[in-house]
Design a protein around this ligand. Sequence first.
Ligand SMILES: *[C@@H]1O[C@H](CO)[C@@H](O)[C@H](O)[C@H]1NC(C)=O
Ligand SMILES: *[C@@H]1O[C@H](CO)[C@@H](O)[C@H](O)[C@H]1NC(C)=O
Ligand SMILES: *[C@@H]1O[C@H](CO)[C@@H](O)[C@H](O)[C@H]1NC(C)=O
Ligand SMILES: *[C@@H]1O[C@H](CO)[C@@H](O)[C@H](O)[C@H]1NC(C)=O
Ligand SMILES: *[C@@H]1O[C@H](CO)[C@@H](O)[C@H](O)[C@H]1NC(C)=O
Ligand SMILES: *[C@@H]1O[C@H](CO)[C@@H](O)[C@H](O)[C@H]1NC(C)=O
Ligand SMILES: *[C@@H]1O[C@H](CO)[C@@H](O)[C@H](O)[C@H]1NC(C)=O
Ligand SMILES: *[C@@H]1O[C@H](CO)[C@@H](O)[C@H](O)[C@H]1NC(C)=O
Length: 655
Amino acid sequence: MRAALTAAAALALASSASAAVVEKWYNLTYVTASPDGFEKEWSVGVNGTWPPPILEVNYNDTVRVHALNSLDSPSSLHHHGIFFNGSNYYDGAPGVTQCGLPAGRELTYEIPVDRQWGTYWWHSHSSVHYQDGLRAPLIIHAPEEPHQYDEEIIIVISDWYHERATKLNHQFMNKYNPTGAEPIPDALLIYAAQNGSYYSADDKVLFNDNLKIPFEAGKTYRIRVLKYVDRPALDSHCLRTLSHPLHNGGSLTSECYVAPTGIFSMLFFWIDGHDMRVIEADGVDTQEYPVDFLTLSVAQRYSVLVTARNDTSQNFKIHANFDSSMFDTVPEDLQLNYTATLSYGAGNPVAEEGVQEELGLMQDHLLVPVVVEEQFTPTTSLELDVWFDAYDNGVNRASMLNNISYVGPDTPSLMTMLSMGEDALNPVVYGPQTAQHLLTKNDVMDLMVINFDANAHPFHLHGHNFQVTRVATDVTSDDPELNPPHALGAANPMRRDTIIVPAGGAVNIAWRADNPGAWILHMEAGLAVVFMEDIPGAQQAMTLPQQIKDQCDALGISTTGNAAGKMSVTDLSGAPNGPRDQAHITGWTPKAKGALAGCVLTALLGMITVVWYALGGQLDADELAEEVERDMAKKAAAGGGLLKRGFNAIRGKSA
Ligand SMILES: *[C@@H]1O[C@H](CO)[C@@H](O)[C@H](O)[C@H]1NC(C)=O
Ligand SMILES: *[C@@H]1O[C@H](CO)[C@@H](O)[C@H](O)[C@H]1NC(C)=O
Ligand SMILES: *[C@@H]1O[C@H](CO)[C@@H](O)[C@H](O)[C@H]1NC(C)=O
Ligand SMILES: *[C@@H]1O[C@H](CO)[C@@H](O)[C@H](O)[C@H]1NC(C)=O
Ligand SMILES: *[C@@H]1O[C@H](CO)[C@@H](O)[C@H](O)[C@H]1NC(C)=O
Ligand SMILES: *[C@@H]1O[C@H](CO)[C@@H](O)[C@H](O)[C@H]1NC(C)=O
Ligand SMILES: *[C@@H]1O[C@H](CO)[C@@H](O)[C@H](O)[C@H]1NC(C)=O
Ligand SMILES: *[C@@H]1O[C@H](CO)[C@@H](O)[C@H](O)[C@H]1NC(C)=O
């Protein structure tokens, strides 16, 4: 293993890169895909093929992606993990940095790859397109890798639904399912690529048991493992309509939604008969770290080194298992464990399948970055409380910041920031429902995210790698192993862009506000806070590209003014405002309403899911309300759950 590099040494290495112009034309189209045998019409691909192409470039290349939207609703592309330093408007988050890319139009995204390398991915940030398959790896090759290996392979693991997202969303976003309980996927897909192409036979990409990845004795492989999920992403205008699903008696017009919970957050990955050494997490090179398995949450990426065996007489299974501990109920016909094959020879027998006894959360914060960066000393801090369960005073806590459930503004936050001069420093202009937090240039934010839910949840911050400075697996514990104090002065804490916050646990992350613009921190679905960084710097450095402005115009969205598109710090009429609390629950029958009194919208999470699926989606509102009531009573009898204990314990301590 090499000694750690300093940032300066890494940059010196980098300067040897020779840069090229990489230009891609994507025609975003519907396509019929059948990765698991089922023919899924309306999958979203590129140029009539699925999966979409891998974007593989070298550090310091000039990368341009021309996306032509041949779909029938606005789209967007987000290149996950890329810093977009000075070009926040290409970050592709509708409602935050751009309006949608309208159907029939083309948008050219410039993807800066001059500050980072490693394993990333690109995807639509507009929910239905992302859900229906518009997502692919983005690999940036370093000028010189800190680790040695002979070949590299990309392995993608992805949830997969047979039903079209628009239909799923309609079906599930109605008054019988007010929390957006998520449909359960039909399968997990494992597929792989090398040298920029997916492994295929007869022009067909190979999935799961059809996939055989050739290995040769004597070689060491770098395997880049990516996890995606078929979960709705952010789409502000959909958000806006659908955050009020109950306002109009449950009748919905929009084609997309944001579900406030995540069920299928994690999976486990390993290869029988082979050791794995982690060397990269989310684009951050690390010192070699041996692991028995990887725990991947949506959007997380790892590279592992795997050395081939000398004995080539057997083939081995590659495993990807759903983390079933996250499920309240497992549908009988849902397969939980999936495999592909690592092959030393076509005729070989396959070694007996391995079973992992101790699957759980990976200690990813113990990874040590190759490029040393001392722990920042925070200059400002913020606590986000993530609520997904009943809170005993009966208030909606489907929120992270100040009880606000994020709803995208009309005018994207970046455009408000760039157009309102000094008024942009007044948080009010970003709208009552944006969950915004302002950061001054070079502030060092210490952000604590406490997860009061009984499931682990991932969070992704756009525009930065953050330091992971504390991970507590149980915030109620007095055991410093489980609930360490927040210490300062670490020599080289782990950095990444997507983190899992354990159930009942907390993480502290830190970053320097040195990237002007509007950066969203969100979990896989919906709960979000937008950090408005260095507003004067953003105004000075950035001018919206004309193409982006024109496309807002085409969609009838103002590119100037506050969250409602008005040049005012007081008049926000028309900007999304709500939902906030129980008063918003309308559209239920009186009986159903009665049953819901005393419990909260968010309390239904999980329970509704269980009930809805267990009974095959056949309930009417009254029956559903009764089921929920029964479930609530059971939960109360069992002691109120993690949430209440956690809350009381930590409030008790700090009070
Ligand atoms: C990146 O590329 C530009 C020109 O394309 C070149 O001027 C610059 O030196 C390169 N920087 C590094 C760090 O390689
Ligand atoms: C998609 O098709 C266009 C021609 O219509 C071609 O120029 C482009 O290279 C194709 N893109 C990919 C990624 O194959
Ligand atoms: C893009 O795809 C659509 C749908 O297949 C097709 O009608 C159109 O001609 C394509 N456009 C280009 C420029 O290839
Ligand atoms: C990819 O490139 C490597 C090294 O050049 C080569 O050994 C390998 O066979 C290629 N793989 C595929 C699938 O083309
Ligand atoms: C394979 O054999 C070589 C030469 O004997 C040895 O150095 C190496 O450690 C062996 N590799 C493995 C994975 O056993
Ligand atoms: C799935 O894998 C886990 C972990 O190896 C194992 O405990 C479980 O029995 C497997 N389930 C099935 C249905 O094979
Ligand atoms: C959030 O809601 C709780 C419970 O009603 C309340 O005590 C608290 O003051 C609210 N916080 C904010 C910032 O509104
Ligand atoms: C953005 O660019 C500025 C100026 O080069 C630099 O100081 C800062 O570290 C960069 N931030 C990120 C996240 O790339």
